[in-house]
Ligand binder design. Structure first.
Ligand code: 26Q
Length: 828
């Protein structure tokens, strides 16, 4: 520790971003905002003080940005998403603001290690996985590109659960991310809004003799906005706003206390309305009929639309120009109730005729689909929906009536098509009754519909939304996902970033295609050595983390083989495990045979109710226990399950990865974005022709990508022609020995039947074709090991991967959305 006297500082005379001024703000915040002195300040207090210092420096630009948008009367784009998986903000803001080194120096002067301070921040984990993180990358890119963009979502009090591993099993702990306060949010009680639920629909004639509808006798909750600044990268970029809504009880509840005299009940009711924004649903699979989830969706959509319309009307008094000034992007169907809600605002609240309201609505919305999996498509029982949102139900019925009339006139005598395309699924087999198909509603109510990778969009057009594509081919377009190079290279892998900048300058940070110039250095031994040394150092750092977190020693010279993503059967972590067991058996059979030492790293959360996924986590840990305890595996195999995979852990893992496992069943992964982050950090991919892997391979070249497995078309044909997984088991001796070993109870001696259901699932059904792809996967992994033996070749391939990742910047993705869907221009 430095002497405490270092915490007293000169008066503020320097420019705000100079070291002295930063230090001055920092100590002011410690004293005046946190009421701490050098004796009582904890590391976390110091983190808070620096965060508040940085927030101050964002504020001027934030206000200036919003004024610019207002003065230019710019077209705004609103990104509606139930999830924003932001992770930590401090390091990112320091970099985007350009004050990282000044702050490092200021902290050094008072004996604080900035990197240790950054570790104090709790992740903002307001998302499940890819979809939520994509929203966060998009915010970064919109701000960097000076696009007048706003994120709108929910301020969950509890984000994605914290995962602990106990006896190999996943245990969930609530994520109390707000426990020590959130320095990045600004409550805006002055913009609080009422939101209505329930009640009934009433028709009446207004003073002009017009037939009108009103929604009455509703329950109310209040939406309280919390704003977070989103700083773009560089001195001339924007600071945009992420507005998250928190549910509060309305004043009505307080009146009820007064009137009913039932204090206890009134306070309990108050509590109930505030549960709406309590917790993120930790499942990226369908959850049937959860009323609270629908309440969450409508709650944030209603608040956001009210806000959007209010902002529009603050400078205009007719709706004529609405779609020229407002674009709203729906991040999957989670906010799709925005379509009937905007119709309600136009028609019921503002008296617009249906046709005009509908034209404006469809011109305003764009819909992004993120999945082809049938079980992940959102539908809501009509009864539940009608109880909560009776007016919206009548609007949806009217949308459907007019839409089906259009279908009939376009495709007369095709009744089957009409039933297939209806927004209401009336399939008689369903005991819960009719259901609303939210994806269809989103397509009908939008002028643009996109998938998130080329293959995914093609499958959407050919499969899930085929009928809709036949009707409106012009609505469909592809927007291949991307990731922000600021967080995923510049901030998380500073040494590699510096090495790159040393060779090609720093233009790549905002123009990632410039990375292609690294190809000039493919034969530059010095550069290759530098890249290799950086990877080695990053692997060492991760090994240190693993030693602390898992109490395991891993060898930084071994090949780090990494699969980090949500746990899902279609992502096939189990296929990875089958390969590990195959290697284990090979060593057991022939302990002297040479092999490339590998460390297998897993990180994955399972939805708490997804028992198969949880069982796969247990299997990974059971295999890890056997492998890691076996002296014969020493220097050969190690298996590590990294608990609580999240954004900040991803930032440690990617820079240290050699091999990126992207092994989903072809046709199932919409895009993937971890695949891009890993390749950008110099990992080579072993993968199927699925999602964005297809385009990544196109970019890096077939020689620099380890491809295996069936294509999407082959997988479909396999199932159509009566797939018999057991045949693969019988015919492949290695596969058989692996399966038999699990079946024997070898990995669960105290409970030999534990993994029985996994094995039965593979042998009898195997819907994700693990057994069909096993041989191809294992063969491909042999090629990986052979290649790794030639470190020079491996490093050149890694550099080629980095050099060819330019396409996968979210800046490119956002520029495409802006030009082709939103029609928004930069406001620099
Ligand atoms: C739906 C209804 C009820 C409760 C929860 C949900 C729910 C929540 C989250 C459904 C899906 C999600 C998340 C989906 C997701 O993350 N999809 C991923 O999106 C990425 C970004 O486009 C893609 O790269 C991935 O391929 C895709 O799986």
């Amino acid at each position: 520790m430095r002497p405490a006297s270092r915490l007293t500082f000169p008066a503020r005379t320097a420019a705000p971003n100079e070291v002295a001024a930063i230090l001055h703000s920092f100590t002011d915040h410690l004293l005046y905002s946190l009421a701490k002195d050098q004796y009582s300040a904890t590391m976390h207090d110091k983190f808070m003080a620096l965060a508040l210092t940085v927030r101050e420096r964002l504020t001027e630009r934030w206000i200036a940005t919003q004024q610019r948008y207002y003065k230019k009367d710019a077209k705004r784009v609103y990104y509606l998403s139930a999830e924003f998986l932001l992770g930590r903000a401090l390091g990112n803001n320091l970099i985007n603001l350009g004050v990282l080194e000044a702050c490092r120096e200021a902290m050094r002067m008072v004996g604080i290690d900035l990197d240790a301070l950054l570790e104090e921040e709790i992740d903002a984990g307001l998302g499940n996985g890819g979809l939520g993180r994509l929203a966060a990358c998009f915010l970064d890119s919109m701000a960097t590109l000076n696009i007048p963009g706003y994120g709108y979502g929910i301020r969950y009090e509890f984000g994605m659960f914290d995962q602990e591993i106990k006896d190999g099993h996943q245990v969930e702990k609530p994520d109390e991310w707000l426990r020590f306060g959130n320095p990045w949010e600004l409550p805006r009680p002055e913009y609080a809004l009422p939101v209505h639920f329930g009640g009934r629909v009433e028709e009446f004639t207004d003073e002009d003799g017009k037939h009108r509808v009103r929604w009455t006798d509703t329950d109310q909750v209040i939406g309280m906005p919390y704003d977070m600044p989103i700083a773009g990268f560089g001195p001339t970029s924007s600071v945009n706003t992420l507005r998250l809504w928190r549910a509060r009880a309305s004043a009505e509840f307080d009146l009820r206390v007064f009137n009913d005299g039932d204090y206890e009940k009134a306070v309990l009711d108050k509590n109930r309305s505030e549960t709406i924004s309590k917790v993120l649903y930790p499942s990226d699979l369908k959850v049937f009929g959860k009323e609270l989830r629908l309440k969450q969706q409508y709650f944030f959509v209603a608040c956001s639309l009210y806000d959007i319309v209010r902002r529009y009307l603050s400078v205009r008094n007719t709706f004529e120009a609405f779609a020229d000034k407002v674009s709203i992007q729906l991040n999957d169907t989670h906010p799709a109730v925005a379509i009937p809600e905007l119709m309600r605002l136009f028609i019921d609240v503002n008296g617009l005729p249906w046709d005009q309201a509908w034209e404006l609505t469809t011109r305003t919305f764009g819909y992004t689909n993120h999945t082809l999996l049938a079980e992940a498509l959102e539908t809501w029982p009509v009864t539940l929906f009608g109880r909560l949102l009776p007016r919206h139900l009548t609007i949806i019925y009217e949308i459907n009536r007019r839409f089906l009339r259009q279908v009939m006139s376009r495709f007369p005598f095709d009744e089957a098509r009409v039933a297939r395309m209806s927004l209401i699924d009336e399939s008689p087999g369903d005991p819960a009754g009719k259901r609303i198909r939210m994806a269809y509603l989103a397509v009908v109510g939008s002028h643009a519909v996109n998938g998130v990778a080329a293959l995914h969009t093609e499958l959407l057009k050919a499969d899930l939304l085929r009928d809709f594509h036949e009707m409106w081919p012009e609505r469909f377009n592809n927007k291949t996902n991307g990731v922000t190079p600021r967080r995923w290279l510049l901030a998380s892998n500073p040494k590699l970033a510096e090495a790159i900048t040393g060779r090609i300058g720093d233009g790549w940070i905002t123009n990632l295609s410039e990375l292609h110039r690294l190809q000039h250095f493919l034969d530059d031994a010095e550069f290759l050595a530098e890249v290799r040394a950086i990877k080695a150092a990053n692997k060492k750092a991760l090994a240190n983390y693993i030693l602390t977190a898992n109490n395991l020693v891993v060898d930084p010279a071994s090949l780090y083989d990494v699969q980090v993503k949500r746990l899902h059967e279609y992502k096939r972590q189990l296929l990875n495990v089958l390969h590990i067991i195959a290697l284990y058996l090979r060593v057991k059979r022939d302990p002297e045979a040479p092999m490339v030492p590998r460390t297998f790293l897993f990180g994955a959360k399972a939805a708490p109710a997804y028992s198969t996924a949880k069982l796969i986590i247990k299997l990974i840990n059971a295999v890890a226990e056997v492998v890691n305890a076996d002296p014969q595996m020493e220097g050969r195999l190690k298996v590590v399950f990294l608990a609580n995979y999240r954004v900040s852990l991803a930032e440690r893992i990617f820079p240290a990865s050699d091999l990126s496992e992207q092994i989903s069943t072809a046709g199932k992964e919409a895009s993937g974005t971890g695949n891009m982050k890993l390749a950008l950090n110099g990992a080579l991919t072993i993968g199927t022709l699925d999602g964005a892997n297809v385009e990544m391979r196109e970019e890096v070249g077939a020689d620099n990508f380890f491809l295996f497995g069936l294509t999407a078309a082959e997988v479909m044909a396999l199932h159509k022609n009566g797939y018999r997984p057991r045949d693969y088991y019988e015919r492949n001796a290695e596969l058989k020995s692996v399966i038999d070993l699990i079946s024997s109870g070898f990995f669960s001696p105290d409970h030999p039947e534990l993994f029985r259901s996994l094995i039965q699932g593979l042998l009898d059904h195997d819907p994700y074709a693990l057994l069909a792809d096993f041989e191809s996967y294992v063969e491909c992994q042999k090629r990986v090991s052979e290649t790794y033996l030639d470190q020079d070749r491996w490093t050149r391939m890694a550099v080629m991967n980095i050099a060819r990742m330019g396409k996968f910047s979210s800046d490119r993705t956002i520029a495409e959305y802006a030009r082709e869907i939103w029609g928004t221009l930069a406001v620099p």
